[in-house]
Write a protein that binds this ligand. Structure first.
Ligand code: MD6
Ligand code: FE
Length: 220
């Protein structure tokens, strides 16, 4: 049944997902995680019990301003030995917490809404931004398989996502992200440079003064 060519609108049709295409293969799904957010955040304490927040060091020895942890069968870590995925937390020595079922479901549905079928992430990097924290321009390139997209869920206080191109010096657009927004990208823009501008002071009922970002990846 055509949905857009009908002369009369179908009041009972499923609403079209609110999605904005901002680069080749890259989509912004505004509010996609808003309803799921309280449930998603309920899982944080048990994930943090396995692997608490830490400020990782870059391979060059500089601390990230963002605090990080992971869940999933693999987690992304950074230290003097470099950027990589590990099955165990190098700090605690224990395995990362299992990825909660509702996290996996949301990530799969977001990927599908952006046109990526059967996304099965094995890793979720969790970033916590206090006011003043930022994420420098980088590429996500520590995964083995660049055919899988990345799904990124923004929770809590707002942020500005910087999105460039294949070269570090390429022009960057600024995308405001608020609580519940989801960004999905892959395909032609999978290796594009991106970052997060310095977080401003703010308050959110679910995260107090911080922004939490869940970044789902298929590492293998
Ligand atoms: C953040 N996100 O939103 C940082 N990477 O806190 C990322 O670095 C990122 O959002 C790849 C894909 C989506 C992302
Ligand atoms: Fe990234």
């Amino acid at each position: 049944m055509p949905r857009h060519d009908d002369a009369t609108p179908d009041l009972f049709a499923e609403p079209l997902p609110d999605r904005e295409h901002f680069a080749p293969g890259a989509w912004l799904l505004r509010g996609f995680a808003r309803d799921a957010a309280p449930g998603l955040l309920d899982s944080l304490p048990s994930i943090l019990a396995a692997a608490p927040w830490r400020r990782a060091l870059t391979p060059g020895g500089k601390p990230f301003s963002v605090e990080m942890t992971n869940c999933g069968t693999r987690g992304w870590v950074s230290d003097a030995a470099g950027y990589r995925y590990t099955t165990h937390d190098p700090l605690g020595g224990t395995g990362w917490a299992t990825m909660p079922a509702d996290w996996l479901k949301l990530a799969g549905e977001a990927a599908q809404t952006a046109g990526y079928e059967r996304f099965r992430p094995d890793a979720c990097l969790i970033n916590r931004y206090a006011p003043g924290a930022s994420m420098g321009l980088h590429q996500d390139r520590d995964e083995l398989d660049f055919s899988a997209p990345i799904v990124s869920v923004s929770l809590g206080v707002p942020a500005v996502f910087l999105f460039g191109g294949a070269r570090r010096s390429d022009h960057r657009i600024r995308i405001p992200l608020t609580h519940g927004d989801v960004v999905v990208w892959g395909g032609p823009s999978r290796l594009f440079f991106h970052g997060i501008a310095t977080i401003k002071d703010g308050q959110h009922p679910l995260t107090a003064g911080c922004r939490i970002n869940l970044t789902f990846r298929k590492s293998l």
